[in-house]
Design a protein around this ligand. Structure first.
Ligand code: BG6
Length: 517
């Protein structure tokens, strides 16, 4: 007999699906790009197919420079949806969805083209009774962000109001600048046209289910928060490992590297969520306030810290999942003398009463053995060990692991007595896995797009956060490429391994080790 999945599934019972989305036009700049095809359109389709569906008059206008027709763009969308959407492709659903989708060709520097676009949006608005709501999504190459924002302003397409009768919001993809100065400049340019509360800076890690769960786990339970400090936690380690290489993004990646690509945004965001104090409320500004405090406590690394506590690596040819993998320097768009890091491991300190003495170890890289992201919180062993003579001291200490992907879930390791006549101890895991409940978490972009439509900016990064995170990264970049850089050279690692040996030493010299994932 087929089980009733809703009633049998504790993750579904009582689930309220309340979400009010007003009609709006989502305008995607950079519509012919990869992100639009692989993430944005599939996310919008899945939202439209979900229960309750998006309103029928939520329209999508793709904007880019290529002279595409509506039909060409729809085909592009359909291909992306078939391959990448969480909701299965259905012809009937697609037919309805396709009617929402249209395309406009615009040169981003051409002010008149923006005026035409504005007029077209007004027509669509009138035809579908939308009432003026707009979301402008910047998914172009970052050099166009300011130009597009300025032209939206010049063409009078932006109502500078946060609470007016209709809304106008700007969603900005990463990379948001390439250092603190350029991020501040970009913020300045965007703020000329949009108020801070109208700007939604994407960090798609914040849309991931388990990442959102960090706050619930910490602050909705009573059992973790009292021990969430250096008094009880030995260290925290965060791994964001990828098995893919740079794929077809060699050109972008050469200019970026793992530090800018992953640490400045995703990894520092994870650190702030794990380390922050309880926010005053769930309001976006209260949460962001706490995150900024952590970034301030992390501060800026000295050159000496960088030499001692940051390891950078670059992948060489090897094998990943039994498939041959080429050298980074042989990737398309990459210089044969490239000094760009594809791996970073670092140890950072948070200078606060709560965290002094508990290091945070971070590692991320491409061409590692697996795609796996995890936050592991390792607790201390008891100060006095009653079970010392029974091997208690040799057991691994308690560990809370938050698995971000794949197999999202939470696992807690603790010691138990083995059944039998003798007192023998073993460390065991208590596991919670979303996958056991027939629940496929929504894609990060679905959640983020929905939040942008609802006007909830909690899962987006604020101006200060972005600039402070760049400050942290800038200090490392400048030590690498100037100052003491020579003492902190780029180290090669074989594709399919967990990075350079030096990354192991970084943690092992403290008597600790990276988790085997
Ligand atoms: C992006 C980076 O922000 O995150 C990519 O630019 C990286 O280089 C990607 O591959 C990883 O995201 P996810 O969701 O696959 O872990």
């Amino acid at each position: 007999m087929q089980a009733n999945l809703t009633l049998d599934n504790p993750l579904r019972v009582g689930l309220s699906e309340a979400r009010t989305v007003e009609p709006c036009i989502v305008v995607i700049f950079g519509a012919t790009g990869d992100l639009t095809q692989r993430k944005l359109l599939p996310a919008l389709y899945s939202l439209a197919a979900d229960q309750p569906p998006l309103p029928n008059n939520l329209m999508i206008v793709g904007v880019a420079r290529r002279p595409w027709t509506n039909e060409q763009f729809r085909k592009y969308a359909e291909d992306g949806i078939k391959e990448h959407a969480r909701q299965p492709y259905s012809e009937a659903l697609w037919e309805t969805f396709a009617q929402r989708v249209s395309y406009e060709q615009v040169e981003f520097g051409d002010t008149e083209a923006f005026e035409r676009l504005g007029a077209r949006l007004n027509e669509i608005d009138a035809e579908h009774g939308i009432g003026g709501n707009r979301i402008f999504y910047l998914a172009t190459a970052p050099e166009y962000y300011s130009t597009i924002a300025a032209n939206l302003g010049k063409a009078n397409m932006v109502e500078r109001t946060v609470s007016g009768p209709s809304y106008c919001r700007l969603v900005v993809e990463k990379p948001f600048g390439r250092d603190q100065a350029s991020a501040a400049e970009l913020n300045g340019e965007l703020n000329k046209v949009f108020k801070e509360d109208q700007i939604y800076r994407i960090d798609h890690y914040l849309g991931k289910e388990t990442v959102q769960n960090i706050l619930v786990m910490r602050f909705s339970n009573t059992i973790f928060e009292p021990i969430w400090s250096a008094d009880h936690i030995d260290h925290v380690q965060i791994t964001v490992a990828e098995s893919i290489g740079v794929e077809n993004r060699g050109g972008y990646y050469e200019e970026s590297g793992a530090l800018r690509d992953m640490v400045q945004n995703h990894m520092l965001q994870l650190v702030t969520l794990v380390a922050m104090d309880q926010p005053l409320s769930l309001a976006a500004n209260d949460i962001r306030q706490r995150k900024v405090e952590v970034l301030r406590e992390i501060g800026i690394m000295s050159e000496r810290d960088v030499v001692n506590n940051v390891v950078r690596g670059q992948y060489e040819a090897g094998q990943v999942n039994y498939q041959p993998a080429i050298d980074y320097r042989d990737e398309q768009g990459v210089s044969e003398h490239s000094q760009t890091e594809t791996f970073v491991a670092l140890k950072l300190a948070i200078n606060s009463q709560r965290w002094a003495g508990t290091p945070f170890y971070l590692r991320t890289g491409k061409r590692l053995p697996e795609r796996v992201s995890e936050i592991a919180v390792k607790f201390k062993r008891p100060r006095f060990s009653l079970f010392k003579d029974l091997g208690g001291d040799a057991l691994p200490s308690n560990l809370l692991s938050l698995r971000i992907q794949p197999n999202e879930g939470i696992s807690l390791r603790f010691d138990v007595k083995l059944p039998g006549q003798t007192m023998q101890l073993r460390a065991m895991n208590m596991d919670f896995a979303y996958g056991k409940f027939d629940t496929t978490p929504p894609e990060a972009y679905e959640r983020l797009l929905l939040d942008a439509m609802r006007g909830d900016s909690t899962l987006f990064t604020r101006r200060e956060e972005t600039e402070m995170a760049w400050g942290f990264v800038d200090a490392i970049e400048s030590a690498w490429h100037g100052g003491a850089g020579a003492n902190s050279p780029l180290v090669p690692y074989t594709s399919g391994t967990w990075g350079p040996r030096k990354a192991m030493e970084l943690i092992e010299r403290d008597g600790r080790s990276w988790r085997r994932l």
